[in-house]
Design a binder for this molecule. Structure first.
Ligand SMILES: Cc1cc2nc3c(=O)[nH]c(=O)nc-3n(C[C@H](O)[C@H](O)[C@H](O)COP(=O)(O)OP(=O)(O)OC[C@H]3O[C@@H](n4cnc5c(N)ncnc54)[C@H](O)[C@@H]3O)c2cc1C
Length: 500
């Protein structure tokens, strides 16, 4: 008899964990609340045009890269359609204040040399900063798909230095400091709190090779689901888990909204811990554990604008673009003030099948806290009221105004436009306050922000972005760790490490 596993939540974390365990001979059942699986990988259609909800920029898919090797091991690499960003332009950052645009090339050497050309007086500091960034990543075994005995706290103090202080340690030019932190909204960065090893992993992952899915990120979710199903498991969507019955620190069964019950040897939660607590019986976890986990702050949310262009009006750009109104605000982008909104955003033209020179779509992400939508927090999708609609409309127009300045004629090229808010993210993913990446890491309080995979409930484990790191950089690695908690430490990494 195969051992059985139930995964609560069919996001990237649940699906990767389920796929690894399926390959190890487990019969996996994924239970997903939304009609379509994927969580942050899910795509949706509006008037026939498909948009990604979360996963826009990938890293680690270049030959030898972490994701390339993981997906080769899972047998899905050939099925994924993606394209790399331009070698000479992995990202561009434009500052509204003076219109200056920096176009950063990919690859450590080219990236470093470009910065040295732009800031020659800082050349030595830039080299030291880049070397330090890469050596921090070299220390992290799992990031390099190595089995190692090193615990997070075995690293030296530099590892846990706040990112902004780490950058300031190497370079003095204020503009360069800003530029080096341009990816901070990609990891929910907060000055004085985000540990530099997180900044290092995200930056190094993308500098080494960034890419985008052709035709959307849903394909990764579907490929992972196919692994589970072809190994005898099942992926059930459109039926939320409504209760997890726990008795004497053991899960007995889970019950879904349609009143079906599921039992297994192991249970894995891919939902935000706050959501998990609301689903479990009273007293399932010690109060001190619940209070500690609930006290961990969450990363900020986002306001997103989705656009479809009239044919042949906007050029396709093969890399993400970042806009920032002023220098000196990169660490404040997560704050909100309507009068000055937006202070910055990231925008992409996701590649379509047979992508030509013209863009079909654009997605704009402006990070934002939950507070601006708190007054509508008790409303539901489609019934949030006229004032909510007009607030969204105002913000959307502010974003379009800026894009119209950056790209003259932009407004006239729009065929369809709509927006989503932190409420959309909260309701869609079932995550507290619409947090983009789950728990916020705090180098001032690393022990407090730790989320172990094992819980006080003996047959219940955690996976997903709230353990370790979010996104394509973190979630698949945590999935390995969660699966190895069941099948044995090092087992899966050992197999993947044979793939070069
Ligand atoms: C706007 C946005 C942009 C992003 N851009 C990028 C990017 O460019 N690159 C990158 O690497 N990362 C990006 N991320 C982050 C990335 O998408 C996430 O880190 C990742 O998808 C999280 O996966 P997860 O499985 O941990 O969580 P989720 O994707 O949130 O999955 C959790 C799943 O659980 C389900 N669920 C919740 N409650 C229940 C219940 N009661 N019963 C059953 N199921 C339930 C949810 O519906 C969801 O499908 C972005 C995120 C957002 C929101």
């Amino acid at each position: 008899m195969k051992k059985t596993v139930i995964v609560i939540g069919g996001g990237m974390g649940g699906l990767f964990t389920g796929a690894f365990l399926s390959k190890e001979g487990f019969k996996v059942t994924i239970l997903e609340k939304n009609a379509t699986i994927g969580g942050g990988l899910q795509c949706f259609k509006r008037n026939g045009t498909s948009f990604e909800t979360g996963m826009h920029i990938l890293g680690g898919f270049q030959p030898g890269g972490t994701l390339n090797r993981i997906c080769t091991y899972l047998g899905i690499l050939d099925k994924l359609q993606m394209q790399f960003t331009d070698v000479d332009a992995m990202d561009s950052i434009i500052y509204g204040e003076d219109g200056r645009c920096y176009t950063l090339p990919g690859g450590k050497e080219a990236f470093t040399n470009y910065l040295k050309e732009q800031f020659p007086a800082e050349a030595d500091g830039i080299q030291q900063y880049m070397d330090a960034l890469y050596s921090l990543c070299e220390e992290i075994d799992l990031f390099n798909l190595r089995n190692g005995k090193g615990h997070l706290f075995a690293h030296n103090d530099l590892f846990f230095m706040p990112t902004d202080k780490f950058i300031a340690r190497y370079v003095t030019n204020g503009r360069l400091r800003e530029l080096l932190a341009y990816m901070s909204p990609m990891y929910g960065g907060v000055a004085g709190h985000t540990p530099v090893y997180i900044h290092a992993m995200i930056n190094v992952l993308y500098i080494n090779g960034s890419s985008q899915f052709i035709g959307g990120s849903q394909q990764l979710a579907d490929c992972l689901a196919d692994i589970i199903v072809s190994n005898g498991g099942q992926v059930i969507s459109g039926d939320a888990v409504s209760h997890i019955e726990v008795c004497d620190r053991i899960v007995n069964r889970v019950i879904t909204q349609s009143e079906k019950e599921y039992r297994a040897d192991w249970y894995i939660s891919d939902v935000h811990p706050d959501t998990l607590f609301s689903l479990t019986s009273d007293g399932a976890f010690p109060k001190s554990y619940v209070n500690r986990v609930r006290s961990i702050p969450n990363t900020y949310s986002a306001f997103s604008v989705y656009l479809k262009f009239k044919p042949e009006t906007q050029p396709y750009v093969n890399h993400p673009c970042y806009y920032q109104a002023n220098y000196e605000t990169v660490w404040q982008l997560g704050n909100y003030d309507e009068a000055n909104f937006p202070q910055g955003f990231m925008y992409i033209t996701p590649p379509s099948h047979n992508q030509g020179p013209w863009a079909e779509r654009m997605i704009v992400n402006c990070v934002m806290p939950f507070d601006p939508v708190r007054k509508w927090e008790h409303t539901t999708v489609g019934h949030r009221g006229a004032d909510y609609k007009s607030w969204k409309e105002r913000l959307m127009n502010k974003v379009i105004d800026i894009l119209n300045t950056l790209h003259p004629g932009f407004r006239d090229s729009i065929e369809m436009v709509f927006a989503s808010s932190p409420l959309t993210i909260r309701d869609y993913y079932g995550v507290k306050d619409g947090s983009l990446y789950g728990h916020q890491w705090d180098c001032e309080n690393m022990i407090q922000s730790q989320m172990p995979i094992v819980t006080k409930v003996r047959n219940l484990l955690l996976t997903g972005q709230n353990v370790n790191l979010h996104g394509i950089c973190g979630v698949p690695l945590t999935a390995i760790e969660t699966a190895e908690t069941i099948v044995g430490y090092g087992t899966i990494v050992e197999k993947i490490s044979k793939i070069k």
